[in-house]
Ligand binder design. Structure first.
Ligand code: PMV
Length: 328
């Protein structure tokens, strides 16, 4: 059968997803809002083949095994069920960013796999249907299907829990400068971590605040008011980490270098006009958000902080798409 290749970006959430309503369906407790990022791309080629006697999964040319392989096979099973097909597939994947460098790859990975495998089975799915399907692989992958600035509706069931583009990638020329502070895999993955959300005394408080936070964030993006946007995003990130840190057992994702970056940023902002704000996911790496005109200043700021392994700058970009350059 036909070989299909898809590319999909990772995304950075401004209003975050932490906590599932239904663990199997990966429906979230809250809406979230994110931006796709152009330097964190997964490319995946899929071909269903009558000659194969099992699924074959490769990452960077090497065979994938264990839990990682299982997750890919389970996702292929979902797509085969939709396509009423029983053929096995060969899957090749690579990332534009180094794996195991603390940058989440499940969002871009499952978005690319969803689009490539569904297209290889000639399924014609809408962006909404693709987003729902990607969500079943990894929650945040739902937000890597649409373009630019993306709203994931929590919904009330599987069919109403999907992400959509609110503004295209060229709506606002902002940057997400990722500061890698550790090359190690995170200690507690997001699935396990968010499983404990209800043990925090603060999780309901955050939940209640999310609709208002989403409104404020989307409003600031619509008006392109960077300061308003940055204040909301930073506060929301700290709220999520307050929930993480107060879970049982507590999750401390921040490292010494994470704190050093936050403290340095707060200090610079108290002295000069420096409209730069941070957000952090389930790991120690810091995403510095700024308008494009501040990019050089942020690079100089990063140079002053010991402990940053490397950094790279992302723009908003288009969502998952089919390309012609196959990996095998
Ligand atoms: O979909 P997952 O399991 O990669 O969860 C992502 C969780 C956070 O990165 C912490 C927040 C988010 O909304 O991306």
């Amino acid at each position: 059968m036909k070989k299909i290749t898809a590319k999909a970006p990772a995304n950075i959430a401004f209003v975050k997803y932490w906590g599932k309503k239904d663990a199997a369906l990966k429906t979230p407790l809250t809406d979230s809002f994110s931006m796709t990022i152009d330097q964190s791309i997964t490319t995946t080629t899929v071909a269903f083949d009558t000659q194969l006697t099992r699924d074959e999964v490769f990452f960077d040319g090497k065979v994938v095994s264990g839990r990682e392989e299982q997750k890919v096979i389970e996702h292929l099973d979902r797509i085969r069920a939709l396509g009423k097909n029983t053929l096995f597939a060969r899957v090749y994947t690579k990332n534009s960013f180094p794996s195991g460098a603390g940058v989440a790859s499940s969002a871009s990975g499952f978005a690319a796999l969803t689009l490539a495998a569904a297209s290889a089975l000639a399924l014609t799915l809408s962006t909404r249907q693709l987003s729902i399907l990607a969500r079943l692989g990894s929650g945040s992958a739902s937000r890597s299907i649409p373009d630019g600035f993306v709203w994931w509706h929590a919904g009330t069931d599987s069919d109403s829990s999907y992400a959509e583009s609110l503004f295209p990638s060229d709506h606002w020329d902002i940057r997400d400068i990722v500061c890698i502070v550790s090359d190690k895999e995170k200690k507690v993955g997001s699935t396990e971590g968010m499983g404990g959300i209800r043990t925090s005394p603060f999780w309901r408080e955050r939940l209640k605040a999310v609709p208002e936070t989403i409104d404020a964030c989307i409003g600031a993006v619509r008006r392109k008011n960077f300061r308003e946007f940055g204040v909301v995003v930073e506060r929301e990130c700290i709220n999520m980490h307050a929930v993480m840190m107060t879970q049982e057992p507590p999750l401390f994702y921040w490292s010494d270098t994470t704190m050093r970056i936050i403290n340095a940023l707060v200090d610079v902002r108290s002295r000069i006009d420096f409209p730069v704000f941070f957000t952090i996911d389930a790991g120690p790496n810091v995403h510095l958000l700024c308008e494009s005109k501040q990019e050089k200043a942020v690079e100089s700021f990063i140079q002053t902080i010991p402990g940053i392994v490397r950094s790279y700058s992302n723009k908003p970009t288009q969502g998952a798409r089919i390309v012609e350059d196959h990996l095998f």
